[in-house]
Design a protein around this ligand. Structure first.
Ligand SMILES: Nc1nc2c(ncn2[C@@H]2O[C@H](COP(=O)(O)OP(=O)(O)O)[C@@H](O)[C@H]2O)c(=O)[nH]1
Ligand SMILES: [Mg+2]
Length: 660
């Protein structure tokens, strides 16, 4: 270790320690991430999390990078489990399974076929045969012999972010807190969505190193142009401002993505090359895959630069904690200063939030439930339409078909229940998201959801109300959580923290650390047994996906019969119709009820937190008014002292960042 490197590490360690000491309780989550990062410093592991929307090609990319088709890809829906892949002498997996009876079990998984059982939805039936009805795979840790991973590099494949499945987003956010770098996967012709952007904004505050990887480059001649356009959109300040409603934050995100590299690959060609013997065909496939370039970037910018990579991430988190602490302390100073305007704003805010909790939350709950109440009718419409189509497209044609045509038609029809079920779940998700968005609209009207911070002359942070006036900002945490609830259609004030516990099962975190992380997070699952918590949280995270595979048992049985006569075909059609109108609809309605209730609880928890926060602020204010002038001055001086130390630290961190 060279002398300057050691000094740099030493300075960083000192800054981190002082930051953790100064941090106020509102920064629990960031502090927990910082603690986990410093604990990781002692291990050679270098986890890189692979994120992006569903079907962008994440799992295939991971396969291409490790040089083996280990992860299931190309299945319509995969489970929401994340998979950690690291180097080992032979293929050896460890699945953490929540069995049908609720116990948690670790199961060795040593073949690619068995991996499908644990990671893909179409393996669910088998999973249940092995571990009891309702069993789920909670996480997977996989060892694979791979030159790329020999250096300690680990890849975490995640289920996806944003859009359809905000539960996926929570799982992915949790994985993010365990990683040193992030690979963001995009695909030509698929624009980066708003929810992906929100995710990236958060990622950019937590992880210092990011590589953008475009997959599917074999499918278009315009891959390069699409990649350039996507990268440009990531540095488009206006788009970020519009989305985040916070210029300072938008500037930070833009600066972050200006330094990010974008690489275009074809994972498909890379995998095909593996199947070829050495020779020109293989060389051409390899060259056109672009994978070598990505491997080089990972080797050079992540593996070889691991120390820098970690330092950057650490500084990123330090800066986040310091910013949060600064904002809170500024508020304290304003309150203690007896700022009459601040007091008025605080009262207004409290009155506003009071309306949200009054009458059992009638103000928002009625609107939310009205949105959800229409779901059963809408699902019924879809089911009726599909069954009618089945009748006109197949049923009525049967009389004119030959046996071979009948057989072929029946094969096609068998996939229909699963397809309709996915359609129903999508509808459920969209409708619940819309109902939650209705609540968000109300929140915005009341100025409770907006993050547009404005600093006035006294340096106090205020939030802008819809009508252009200002209100004092509360802690970011609860509002942010609430925002996720109302944006994605699902959230977890508690899920993120409990997710750490599941990761603990995955063997990434030592158990005690994970428990500490969870306890340090607002709404955390502190106080519950580890296994019990993992089991209860596994349910909401995995729920809708598991359901998809457990249903359709009758179809499994029918699919083994070769239906060639009209009589047999009618039986098949009747079964398919029953699976659609009976099983699929029932399961989707169950999902709607369950997910709808969870989202409602999340919204409620967020609002309760806002309410408590406002109460605390008011107590602080009351305290401030009863203090003797001398005591008040002493407190102001303490707070200002803290502010000065925070600013000093920020300057030191910035100077250090300049040297990394
Ligand atoms: N042609 C082509 N297909 C790809 C490529 N990468 C992934 N795919 C396909 O895209 C689909 C989604 O890939 P998957 O890895 O499951 O996406 P994930 O949901 O992001 O993990 C699968 O059918 C893959 O076979 C690629 O580079 N080229
Ligand atoms: Mg995948």
């Amino acid at each position: 270790m060279s002398q300057p490197e050691e000094l740099l590490d030493e300075s960083l360690r000192a800054i981190t320690e002082r930051t953790v000491e100064l941090a106020n309780p509102g920064s629990g989550r960031a502090v927990a991430a910082l603690r986990r990062l410093t604990a990781r410093r002692r291990t050679p592991a270098l986890p890189v999390v692979v994120v992006g929307e569903v079907s962008r090609g994440k799992s295939t990319l991971v396969n291409a990078l490790v040089g083996q088709r280990v992860l299931p890809a190309d299945r319509t829906v995969t489970t929401s489990t994340w998979t950690l892949i690291k180097h080992g002498p032979s293929l050896a997996g460890q699945a953490t399974v929540q069995c049908g009876d609720g116990t948690i079990e670790t199961v060795p998984v040593n073949t690619v076929a068995a991996l499908g059982t644990y990671l893909a939805v179409d393996g669910q039936q088998q999973l249940e045969d092995l571990h009891g009805a309702g069993a789920r795979c909670v996480s997977m840790v996989l060892e694979v012999p791979s030159p790329l991973l020999e250096s300690g590099l680990q890849l975490i494949d995640t289920p996806g972010v944003g859009g359809l499945r905000a539960t996926h987003r929570q799982a992915t956010l949790t994985a993010l807190a365990e990683a040193d770098a992030v690979v963001f996967v995009i695909r030509p012709g698929e624009p980066i969505s708003a929810s992906e952007r929100l995710f990236l904004a958060e990622a950019s505050e937590q992880i210092g190193t990011c590589v953008v990887v475009q997959t599917h480059r074999d499918q278009t001649l315009k891959a390069k142009a699409a990649l350039d356009a996507d990268l440009a959109s990531l540095t488009d300040r206006q788009q970020w401002c519009a989305l985040l409603g916070d210029q300072e934050r938008a500037d930070r995100v833009v600066a972050y993505f200006r330094d990010v590299k974008g690489i275009s690959v074809s994972s498909r060609n890379a995998l095909l090359a593996q199947d070829e013997p050495p020779g020109p065909v293989r060389d051409t496939l390899l060259r056109s895959s672009g994978l070598q370039m990505l491997t080089e970037v990972l080797q050079h910018d992540v593996v070889a630069a691991r120390r820098r990579v970690r330092q950057r991430t650490e500084l990123q988190l330090v800066e986040l904690v310091l910013r949060q602490t600064r904002d809170r302390t500024r508020e304290t100073v304003a309150l203690l200063s007896g700022d009459a305007e601040a007091a008025r704003i605080l009262e207004d805010r409290r009155a506003t939030i009071g309306r949200w909790v009054a009458h059992g939350g009638d103000l928002w709950r009625r609107r939310y439930r009205a949105g959800c109440a229409r779901i059963p009718d809408e699902l019924q419409v879809i089911v009726d339409r599909r069954c009618a189509e089945l009748n006109t497209d197949v049923g009525r044609q049967l009389a004119a078909m030959k046996p071979t045509e009948i057989e072929k038609a029946m094969k096609g029809v068998l996939g229909l229940p699963a397809q309709v079920f996915t359609e129903l779940l999508t509808e459920v998700d969209t409708k619940i998201a819309a109902a939650a968005a209705g609540v968000r609209e109300l929140l915005e009207r009341d100025g409770l959801a907006q993050q547009a911070h404005q600093t006035d002359d006294d340096g106090v942070t205020f939030e802008r109300l819809g009508d252009g006036t200002f209100t004092r900002a509360s802690t970011n945490l609860s509002v942010e959580d609430l925002k996720h609830a109302t944006l994605g259609g699902m959230a977890g004030v508690g899920i993120a923290s409990s997710g750490a516990l599941v990761l603990a099962h995955a063997g990434i975190l030592p158990g005690a650390l994970a428990a500490a992380a969870a306890a340090g997070t607002a709404g955390g699952a502190a106080g519950t047994g580890l296994a019990a918590t993992a089991a209860t949280i596994a349910a909401p995270i995995f729920w809708p996906f598991v359901v998809g595979a457990v249903a359709f048992v009758a179809i499994h049985q029918v699919s083994r019969v070769r239906a060639r006569t009209r009589e047999q075909a009618r039986t098949v059609l009747a079964t398919v119709r029953e699976e659609i109108a009976g099983t699929a609809l029932t399961r989707a309605l169950d999902a709607a009820k369950e997910v709808g209730r969870m989202v409602e609880e999340d919204i409620e928890a967020g609002i309760r937190e806002l309410h408590d926060e406002a109460d605390r602020a008011r107590r602080d204010l009351a305290d401030a008014t009863t203090l003797t002038p001398a005591a008040r001055l002493a407190r102001i001086s303490d707070a200002e002292d803290l502010l000065a130390r925070v600013e000093d630290l920020r300057a030191e961190a910035a100077a250090l960042a300049g040297r990394i």
